[in-house]
Design a protein around this ligand. Sequence first.
Ligand SMILES: C[S@@+](CC[C@H](N)C(=O)[O-])C[C@H]1O[C@@H](n2cnc3c(N)ncnc32)[C@H](O)[C@@H]1O
Length: 432
Amino acid sequence: MPDKARLAAIKVLSQVLPADGNGRSLRDVMTQERGKLSPAERGLMMDLGYGVCRHYRLLDTWLASQMNKPLRASARAVHLALLCGLHELWFSRRPAHAVVNTWPDICRALKAPWAAGLVNAVLRKASTLNEMDVRSKMNPAQSWSLPDWLWLRLQQSWPSDAAHIAEHLCDTAPLTVRLQPAHADEVDQSLRDASLTVTRCDFAEYGRRIFPAHNVADLPGFAQGWLSVQDEAAQLPAVLLDVPPQGRVLDACAAPGGKTGQISELFPNADITALDVDGRRLKQVQENCERLGAQVTLLEGDAALPAQWWDEQPFDSVLMDVPCSATGIIRRQPDLKWHRREADIAALCGLQSRMLDAIWPLIKTGGTLVYATCSILPEENAEQVSAFLARQPDAREDTPVSARSVETSVGCQLLPQAGSHDGFYFARLRKR
Ligand SMILES: C[S@@+](CC[C@H](N)C(=O)[O-])C[C@H]1O[C@@H](n2cnc3c(N)ncnc32)[C@H](O)[C@@H]1O
């Protein structure tokens, strides 16, 4: 019987990690394939797809050390089959003999019978080693599967924590949800009734971690909008918006709408505008708001060019959850490591500062702007906000302490924590 899950993982990975390096998003490709598999097959496909992206450099470095010459680009499927096999041997609990016997058959199903012997030999050798043996022969960037440029930046940004951060970026993240305040008790009870282990988040009042990880659409309360997937750190910035009754709020980079929904839950009487430059992604905001029953005005437009969409009515409060390197959420989107380029960082910083300058005049005197990123690079975070404060004499920092943050000149910087929140940054600024 064809091994549908493993073949699907190869299909996914060949689009996400193609030989030419121009891959698609893992999440998008997974979403396409999920529906074609049973729940158990889906679990294995996701395990392999996420796992190979997470440990890609470690797996590939070891594989290269075993080959006399690299496989041809046209044998990419075999190359990926080898990486999947190595991942299963070192990072899953499946018995080694079963893994070693499975992948040669997959090569035959991939119409590459010539590779069966090679795959068998490589996996047999790998089965005599474990993850620690392999790591011990590698440098930190290889061992923690980071591109060199990112490892270098982590060392420059966090000299004493870089190794720790790199290690945590290889973790799997817990399933964290946000409960609607009005239904929190009810949902807490239903989750317990469903025999799920639920723990409260440390800093986000309505944040809960759920074990074991679960298909969220099947969780009690999801269909009614009483529960949404959102990392704990991502739940913190919206709480800092200072919104008067019936106040006007702008969610300036809204899609897919995680924080838009949260704003509507926290400030049910607010007049909320959700802006995003990407019309397709704005549809996701609409779907999200419909599920939550949130009333929101959707606007397609560029936050750096308000003259094109602003109605001249000032805002009391603005959330700017800007596009960023997403280096704080690599645990959840490990393919980012292989898609992001170093040159992107300067371009993103430029866009972030243009957005800050363009949006600031739209805020009332006394109003607030909460700037947020899911980055752990200071140039997108504290350095970006410090430079803005230096340019804007009528802006002052006003970030309340709401989470355990590392030392920064301004705002609150969270680094990814094992079994807990992602890396994230936020700062609240107030107009004098
Ligand atoms: C980090 S995501 C926002 C996530 C969202 N706040 C949430 O919680 O679901 C950044 C968003 O900024 C949008 N974006 C990028 N450039 C933009 C621009 N110039 N103006 C407005 N939105 C922009 C992207 O389309 C993306 O949806």
